[in-house]
Design a protein around this ligand. Structure first.
Ligand code: ADP
Length: 368
């Protein structure tokens, strides 16, 4: 298995559109790395450059220490799984999986062993004689994955492989691909726009926007220490809440006061030390929905209450999402399902001021 290294890789499409800008990523052997970001951020283009399906305009791509910019896709020892499965409709499942091996002149016996082994891993042994049209979406995607497995490639590339599946099947295939990664000990690079897929599957995640890599990190580090407001808002569902305000220094304390005055939080000593140099400046506060509570029982001295009127209440079964407004920003809290508050009612909510994030209002960069 292999490591993959991108050094200052850019893609400029005809017409001058720079879709990928000086991307640097080092993917380690056996690592599962997810490229994630909103539609159009350049993640598929990056994957296709690794596959050799798009020319690299600038920069260098190394697979296992070898510069492969000019190596053709078939000689890169990689296998790619596409969103639309890309199966041959007139061939059986067996032949679809065997096709690449036949082209590479593997013996009949070797092909049979590899196809049967992959079919077993994926639980599609009973469908080997069927044509793709006689399969469900999930089964077709398994065949597409099987076609990659039989090649025993150095690197697996996945381009939004689960996007065409319904929600339940997506979750199932997600765990299957994670298990496959563990069992094959393979290097895998996976593209998705879905932050949940990224968080649950990736050893590390590459967050992209407008062709630029914003952060490369483990899921937990991204969640807890986002480098900027974009990453903070993209990772986590429901998203982090943001409120603009000013830091005021009062009798030795530092207070965050929102611009419209509806949120006032006294900062604890840890946060004070971080932001003391910014008093008097406008700043963006971020707080995740799970850090706003409906009671302060079991809380710490960091809990600070705010009175508000509930706008919308969404019961999810195991928890409830509540929505309310602060200075005309919609703010979300996720609370326990034990008691369901009424929309329109006035409630006291407790903000855990020990769990606040702060961002530069102009640049969006996190203040650490
Ligand atoms: P993502 O996979 O993140 O949705 P893509 O890599 O597909 O994004 O696209 C990145 C940008 O490059 C987009 O602005 C898209 O319109 C543009 N793009 C993609 N393919 C081409 C192409 N063949 N020619 C010109 N522009 C393209």
């Amino acid at each position: 298995m292999a490591e993959v290294k991108l050094i200052n890789v850019s893609k400029i499409y005809e017409g001058g559109n720079k879709a990928v800008k000086e991307v640097n990523i080092e993917i380690r052997e056996k690592e599962f790395v997810v490229l994630v970001g909103p539609s159009g951020c350049g993640k598929s283009t990056t994957l296709r450059m690794i596959a050799g399906l798009e020319e690299i305009s600038e920069g260098e791509l190394f697979i296992d220490g070898k510069l492969v910019n000019d190596v053709s896709p078939k000689d890169r020892d990689i296998a790619m799984v596409f969103q639309n499965y890309a199966l041959y409709p007139h061939m059986t499942v067996y032949d679809n999986m065997a096709f690449g091996l036949k082209l590479r002149k593997f013996s009949k016996q070797e092909i049979k062993e590899r196809v049967l082994n992959a079919a077993k891993i994926l639980g599609i042994e009973e469908y080997l004689d069927r044509k793709p049209k006689a399969l469900s979406g999930g089964q077709r995607q398994r065949v597409a994955v099987g076609r990659a497995i039989v090649r025993k490639p150095k690197v697996f590339l996945f381009d939004e492989p689960l996007s065409n599946l319904d929600a339940k099947l997506r979750v199932q295939m997600r765990t299957e691909i994670s298990r496959l990664h563990r069992n094959l000990s393979a290097t895998m690079i996976y593209v998705t726009h879905d932050q949940t897929e990224a968080m649950t599957m990736g050893d590390r995640i590459v967050i992209m926007k407008d062709g630029v890599v914003h952060q490369v990190d483990t899921p937990l580090n991204l969640y807890n220490n986002p480098v900027n407001k974009f990453v903070a808002g993209f990772i986590g569902s429901p998203s982090m809440n943001f409120v603009d305000g000013t830091l005021l220094s009062e009798n030795g304390s530092i207070l965050f006061k929102s611009l419209g005055g509806e949120l006032n939080l006294n900062l604890n000593n840890t946060l004070k030390a971080k932001v003391a140099h910014l008093t008097g400046k406008e700043i963006t506060l971020g707080i995740r929905p799970e850090n706003i509570h409906t009671s302060n029982s079991g809380g710490t001295s960091d809990y600070q209450s705010v009175k508000t009127i509930l706008d919308v209440v969404e019961p999810m079964g195991n928890e409830i999402f509540i929505y309310f407004n602060l200075d005309q920003n919609q703010v979300t809290a996720r609370i326990g399902a034990a008691t369901k508050p009424e929309p329109g009612s006035e409630v006291s909510l407790y903000f855990d001021s020990g769990k606040l994030h702060f961002f530069d209002k102009e640049t969006g960069l996190a203040i650490n």
